[in-house]
Design a protein around this ligand. Structure first.
Ligand SMILES: [Cu+2]
Length: 477
């Protein structure tokens, strides 16, 4: 295990109770999103009233009248021609999270349409990975994602196929989202001022692929599980209940250089992880996927401690949850080839080649909103310019009492270092597009700007923070 994982373990609070939030029983079969396995497709967003499990209802949105949203699967080299139809009665646009596409294909908030259709046409010329898509309008992204619009965008390539990883029924994508309901079971999105300014909108129950209290039948063999934290604000410390180790093989931008054995994984909104889990190693009939409790480091400032309090009626950030159960059927499946030592080959940019270093200050103005370098988001203001082909180091500095998962569009970066005790986490050893910056932390990332020229955004992926201004424009020139 890497030193980062050990450092993380030391953060785990020992004084919390063992009582986990969430369901007592896992009784609903895990939903599998419909598959779009085609380079040409339409995603039509519409307003729908629908039920979630037996107990919850929502007046929400769906893509192609489906919840969870369809999974898109394509190959490196594909030319995607997609039509986004907006029938939800408010501004919207789709962002392909993690994909490197031209500026007018990226879902910048200024490209939002109030109705009609937006045509996408772009090439997939990046490595295999677990990417995703969701709306990206200014100030109302949190509302639209929460109400049902988010799905996987999986890219495959030859390097990955050569590894013979589990596939078909042995490949399981899990979209993890928390939700809050009224006493009558209505799921509503109504963040308070405090939630916008501090915690974000935290739920009291977790849906997996839109399924409450989900279970999944699995055989005694090895599975590939793609994890996506599609929650608005909640961070999960993912583990199996008995802390059985699992194998981490990928992060945001695809395969890691080497597989790593871990027993927990801190996943913030927007982040993905790709894991292998061998259910033949479990002796019991059920294996619970959980989120272990964790502490939010304090920034030591005036606001010390306030960030984690008063999260509405829901358990606080860092609380433990039961997520879902795997029900292990007594049927052995054939052995799978062992993983090679080196999973993939990547040439990461090096610090000595960086042409520029920038500090990105994450802050807030009371009663007003969140800021990046002192400013709230404005649609057409260029906040910084970068030269195409240039390598830069950005240092995110969190001067607030709450965590900020920072996402940069149109790029995959490498995490260089993090101040404090957490270090670089196992899933941060490969390509990333979203990195968690805890209160008081400085996190440096390095990247080369190879995307087409034009304007893109970077922002906090706590969607209430993003919607309250923690977003900025950068232009590749
Ligand atoms: Cu934030």
């Amino acid at each position: 295990m890497g030193s980062g994982a050990l450092a993380l373990s030391s953060l785990i609070s020992s004084c919390r109770t063992n009582q986990m939030n969430g369901y007592d029983e896992f009784i609903n079969t895990l939903e599998q999103p419909p598959l779009i396995n085609n380079q040409n497709f339409t995603l039509a967003a519409s307003s729908e009233n629908y039920s979630i499990g037996e107990n919850y209802q929502i007046s929400g949105f769906q893509f192609n009248q489906s919840y969870p949203s369809p999974t898109i699967k394509c190959q490196h080299g594909d030319r995607i021609k997609a039509i986004f139809e907006n029938q939800i009665g408010q501004d919207s646009i789709i962002h392909w999270h993690g994909l490197i596409v031209p500026p007018d294909m990226d879902g910048h908030p200024k490209d939002a349409i109030s109705g009609g259709a937006y045509e996408y046409d772009f090439l997939i010329n990046q490595r295999a990975g677990t990417y995703w898509y969701h709306p990206h309008p200014d100030r109302i992204t949190g509302d639209q994602v929460y109400k049902g619009l988010a799905g996987f965008f999986i890219v495959e390539d030859e390097e990955e196929k050569a590894l013979d990883l589990p596939n078909g029924e042995f490949e399981i994508p899990l979209l993890i989202q928390d939700r809050r309901s009224t006493s009558s079971g209505e799921i509503v999105y109504d963040p308070s001022m405090h939630e916008q300014m501090m915690t974000g909108f935290l739920g009291d129950k977790v849906l997996i692929n839109g399924t409450p209290a989900a279970f999944k039948d699995v055989k005694k063999g090895r599975y590939r599980v793609r994890l996506l934290n599609g929650s608005n604000a909640r961070i999960y410390n993912i583990a199996f209940q008995n802390q059985l180790p699992f194998t981490l093989i990928g992060g945001d931008g695809g395969l890691l250089p080497k597989a790593l054995e871990v027993d927990q994984l801190l996943l913030a909104p927007g982040e993905r992880a790709d894991i292998l889990i061998d259910f033949s190693k479990f002796s019991q009939e059920r294996a619970s996927l959980v989120s272990l409790p964790f502490d939010i480091p304090s920034s030591g400032g005036m606001m010390n401690g306030m960030g984690n309090m008063m999260g509405g009626s829901s358990p606080e950030q860092g609380a433990s949850f039961k997520l879902m159960e795997f029900k292990i059927i007594d049927e052995r499946v054939g052995s799978i080839p062992e993983l090679p030592k080196e999973l993939s080959v990547s040439t990461f940019p090096e610090e000595k080649d960086a042409a520029l270093r920038r500090q990105i200050d994450l802050n807030m103005q009371m009663m007003k909103g969140h800021t990046i370098n002192g400013k709230q988001f404005e649609m057409n203001r260029v906040d910084l310019q970068v030269k195409q082909g240039q390598i830069e180091i950005w240092e995110f500095i969190n001067d607030t009492p709450t965590p900020h998962p920072m996402h940069i569009h149109a790029i995959q970066f490498k995490v260089l270092d993090r101040s404090g005790s957490r270090g670089i986490l196992p899933h941060e050893t490969g390509w990333k597009d979203t990195v968690l910056v805890m209160p008081g932390e400085h996190v440096r990332v390095i990247m080369k700007f190879d995307a087409p020229k034009g304007m893109y955004v970077f922002h906090c992926h706590n969607l209430e923070h993003e919607d309250s201004g923690m977003m900025a424009n950068y232009e590749i020139t």
